[in-house]
Write a new protein. Structure first.
Length: 342
């Protein structure tokens, strides 16, 4: 392409809105693409100054007034290295600030460990709530317990910043989430309620308490109003232990939110009688009550229960009811058995 043609101003490149110095504007990207295609651009080409700080264009030593493009495979690692240097600089600044404030923090009166102020902080306003949750998520290393509401609010986790959750998972964090299933009759395809970057396990119940987040069983966040404008930050070990225990109870009672997380049905045949007994078990009936409903003696009922427990790998009656719900056995047609005298 002649140099004169390169100097022609393209209308689509001339309109140049303000843009940040660390992000290529649309016009600059178009110019860089043209430079790679043609092998050069004129030094006075519109928006060439947007590319020079990134090292994407440099002067042609053999032809004054002409710029040559840097290869993307060379430019990108250089730009990433520059970002890493800036991040290291910010971390060093954070360390210096922490060291500078340490004497002031030590000089503050120590809060009474038994006082409510030491364990509970009222966060008012969405910006303050989001900042506190972001910090707790950045500090978390082991576990995240979350209850997500069916309504858009209140939602305490930063859903518009999925990379934060991805970093938590990359650190080895294990998220467990209780959420409402969008379709009650069947688990939905995988679409994690905490965001696309999360691959943790999620379960569902027909009824769930309001939103809850617990990080590493050290700090918890609870909504204090229905609009998500006020939240409690809880750091009391006793309160967090209570909340986490309640979560664990709900977790054992819940069923998988995703089809692929549900265990496969047993290969062995399960009789209609055993299916009916399994259904009655999930309703909380005792062995005697099940025997009365089905017209069998208690010993026979217990033999059938033992068979179902063996197939599902259950080690306790409480676990058996949960595994029956997870397995999908109750989705099979199970005729309601009546006592012989009926």
């Amino acid at each position: 392409m002649p140099d004169g043609a390169m100097r022609e101003t393209d209308a689509s490149l001339s309109a140049h809105p303000p843009h940040a110095h660390d992000v290529l504007c649309e016009q600059a990207r178009a110019l860089y693409a043209r430079a790679l295609r043609d092998g050069r651009v004129a030094a006075d080409a519109p928006h060439a100054d947007c590319l020079r700080p990134f090292g994407l264009l440099h002067a042609d030593p053999g032809v004054p007034g002409r710029l040559l493009p840097a290869a993307p495979a060379v430019a990108l690692p250089r730009l990433l290295a520059d970002i890493e240097r800036r991040v290291a600089g910010h971390r060093a600044l954070a360390a210096r600030l922490a060291a500078a404030f340490e004497p002031f923090i030590r000089a503050e009166p120590v809060a009474d460990p038994d006082s409510a102020a030491a364990h509970l902080t009222v966060l008012k306003g969405v910006p303050r709530i989001r900042t506190a949750v972001r910090q707790a998520l950045a500090d978390a290393r082991e576990e995240l317990l979350a209850i997500q509401p069916s309504r858009p609010r209140p939602r305490l986790l930063p859903h518009d910043e999925p990379w934060r959750m991805a970093e938590f998972v990359a650190r080895g964090g294990q998220p467990r989430t209780l959420a409402r299933a969008p379709v009650a009759c069947a688990p939905p395809p995988r679409s994690h309620p905490l965001g696309p970057a999360v691959d943790g396990e999620a379960r569902t119940l027909d009824e769930l308490p309001p939103c809850l987040i617990v990080f590493d069983r050290r700090v918890a966040f609870l909504p204090a109003d229905a609009h998500g404008e006020i939240a409690f930050e809880v750091r009391s070990p006793a309160l967090i232990s209570y909340v986490a225990t309640a979560f664990d109870v709900l977790w054992r009672l819940a069923r998988p939110l995703y089809r692929e997380d549900a265990p496969p049905l047993p290969d062995q045949a399960i009789s209609p009688v055993q299916l009916e007994i399994a259904r009655l078990l999930t309703e909380g009936l005792t062995d005697t009550e099940i025997a009365s409903r089905t017209g069998m003696n208690v010993r026979t009922v217990r033999v059938h229960i033992a068979k179902v427990a063996q197939l599902l790998g259950s080690t306790s009656r409480t676990q058996l009811g949960y595994l029956i719900s997870r397995s999908g056995l109750l989705e099979r047609r199970s005729p309601r058995l009546l006592p012989p005298d009926r």
